[in-house]
Design a protein around this ligand. Structure first.
Ligand code: ADP
Ligand code: MG
Length: 582
């Protein structure tokens, strides 16, 4: 007989409830690290050490010199919704600390062995708490330094299903490193030490943001001044501060992009987009700028409580924040002259001023004198270049060689100096992109090899070669796969004799590095790499006609200002500047 009044709903035992809830906060070892770092910072620590073993699954040990906890707080700290950080609803609407939900330690304690050691300066003796999932907690006094240590052992040992979802140790360690790096960029005033097994991964003393960024992002110290540009901007009560990298520091991934709100690392599609759009014409699609930006705004105007991991935020006026962030980056780039302060194009290229009257009418915004005189925004520059050079045949500007890699050309307002190799790189890149996207191989600049070059390929390389065959042929490569080993029968023009195999392998390696399928972004990287391989070298003899051609071609490009890697291609030395020196 089926019992009618049997109750099937039961309140979960606390440790089970915690274990389920833990999934939201503790997804992987790096999330534990992140929560513990936040607690240490909230406790006012100025020195934080993280030690991990087996990428955190065996051990995560975080030590801080913060204010510590009293014995009763140590006991409470692992109880869900126990927090010292908010007390009233109003606090919740204006959060100033990194933590506030009071669930991190409880969640971690639900899925790992946790030991907390803590002492406040005012207490003579410290407290040690030992917790095992589903077991009675042990608390006792212990002589300790001021500050807190949290040791997390055997993470997810009690939840095998979760443990199975962990990626390789290498991947999990990468996430941990990322979490610590983010914290180190959020708080350059704090000393950070990260060790994995016995090796030191990060060890940085308190510094200013440029120095800290250089240390964390592996930027040469000598490059800091020239390639990290300061952002310091405030408008409508929104403050944006930090650094943006020169286009030369741009990378193929978004791994060097750090955004913080009140010191908390955040992810915001809209703000990332705002920053990217400030770089607009300076970077080809697929290249991502480097930045470390701190945003602050009245805490009442932002909600950080939308996600248990607290990295998503909502602004009351998303669009306004977008505009301020974009403006702040634009201003920094313009001030640093990364965005070339270009004069009107008539001045750069004499041909243009002559042909301007024959152009279709410019849109009003682009035609007003003020737009032409102001520091030109990349957007406007691009429009003007398109209008002035894209649809007309400029007359050649006479060029003269300066040194081994530069050519000069006297223009209306001064001397335009073009970096030949970089200009050539830009030209080749745009041509190649056109060919690859239009799939028009008829004009491919391919040079047949008199003697096919055998190429030694690994199994993966061979696989890639087959997958990439189309793209490589668009670039000018031809091969025969029937021979063993396969052989190259033609290469793109510009690849020097003897470097055929090497150039092909570099491309394959790049693709391997980029991973994934061959999307537009990959094609762009390939084109950029191929362009740099093929661009004329300074030791190659070049006739004036060739130099002339490169300069003319440069100004038919859609983004003539920089190489695909973001290096400037030309500069203008005005007569004013010249006379000032003489
Ligand atoms: P939250 O940070 O959201 O308050 P946690 O579970 O992370 O919640 O921590 C609970 C409480 O334990 C904190 O509010 C704080 O009072 C205390 N605590 C945790 N870690 C530390 C630390 N390293 N130093 C001092 N107090 C800490
Ligand atoms: Mg916390």
């Amino acid at each position: 007989m089926v019992p009618i009044h049997d109750t099937t709903i039961a309140i979960l035992p606390v440790h089970l409830a915690n274990q389920i809830a833990a999934g939201e906060v503790v997804q992987r070892p790096a999330s534990v690290v992140k929560e513990l770092l936040e607690n240490a910072l909230d406790a006012g620590a100025t020195s934080i050490t993280v030690i991990v073993q087996q990428a955190g699954s065996k051990l995560i040990h975080v030590m801080d010199n913060g204010k510590g906890m009293h014995r009763s707080d140590v006991e409470l700290s692992i109880v869900r919704h126990a927090t010292s950080k908010i007390a009233t609803e109003d606090d919740l609407h204006a959060i100033r600390t990194l933590g506030f939900r009071g669930e991190a330690l409880a969640s971690i304690a639900a899925v790992a062995e946790v030991e907390i050691r803590s002492r406040r300066a005012v207490d003579d003796v410290g407290t040690i708490l030992i917790s095992h999932p589903g077991r009675e907690v042990v608390v006792r006094h212990q002589a300790l330094e001021v500050g807190t240590q949290v040791v997390v052992r055997q993470l997810f040992a009690s939840v095998p299903a979760r443990r199975k979802f962990l990626k390789s140790d290498a991947t999990e360690l990468r996430h941990i490193i990322d979490a610590v790096q983010r914290a180190a960029l959020a708080r350059p005033d704090v000393r950070w030490l990260l060790k994995s097994e016995s090796s030191t991964i990060l060890d940085v003393a308190p510094a200013d943001l440029p120095q800290r960024s250089a240390a964390v992002l592996s930027i040469e110290r000598s490059e800091v001044a020239s390639s990290l540009h300061e952002v310091s901007f405030s408008s409508s009560g929104i403050v944006v501060e930090g650094l943006v990298g020169a286009p030369s520091l741009a990378r193929t991934t978004r791994s060097s992009q750090y955004l913080f709100l009140h010191g908390r690392p955040i992810v915001s599609r809209s703000l990332s987009h705002a920053i990217a759009s400030a770089y607009e014409a300076l970077l080809p699609t697929g290249m991502h700028p480097l930045y470390v930006l701190h945003v602050s705004i009245d805490p009442h105007r932002v909600d950080v409580n939308v996600h248990p991991q607290k990295h998503e935020v909502k602004f009351d006026n998303e669009q306004q924040v977008y505009q301020v962030v974009e403006q702040s980056v634009r201003a920094a780039l313009q001030q640093s002259a990364v965005v070339p302060r270009m004069p009107q194009f008539q001045q750069i290229h004499p041909a243009a001023s002559r042909s301007i009257s024959s152009l279709p009418a410019l849109p009003t915004a682009a035609r007003t004198p003020s737009t032409l005189r102001d520091p030109v925004s990349p957007m406007v520059v691009r429009e003007q270049v398109d209008l002035l050079f894209g649809r007309t045949q400029p007359e050649p500007a006479r060029v003269f060689a300066i040194g081994s890699d530069l050519v000069g050309s006297v223009v209306q307002d001064g001397v335009m100096i073009v970096h030949v190799r970089r200009a050539h790189e830009r030209v080749l890149y745009e041509r190649m992109m056109e060919r690859m996207t239009e799939r028009d191989s008829a004009h491919t600049g391919s040079q047949a090899l008199m003697f096919p070059v055998p190429v030694q390929l690994s199994a993966t390389e061979r696989q890639q070669l087959e997958e990439l065959r189309d793209a490589l042929e668009q670039m000018g490569y031809r091969f025969s796969l029937d021979t063993t080993p396969p052989s190259l029968t033609a290469v793109p023009q510009g690849i020097p004799g003897g470097a055929e195999q090497e150039s092909l392998k570099a491309l394959l390696e790049e693709v391997d590095h980029l991973g994934g399928s061959l999307g537009e972004q990959q094609l762009e990287r390939l084109a950029a790499l191929a362009a740099s391989q093929q661009a004329v070298r300074s030791n190659q003899p070049r006739s004036t006609a060739v130099l002339q051609q490169i300069v003319d071609d440069l100004f038919t490009c859609s983004v003539p200002q920089v190489t695909p890697g973001g290096e400037p291609t030309y500069t203008l030395l005005t007569f004013d500047e010249l006379y000032q020196r003489l």
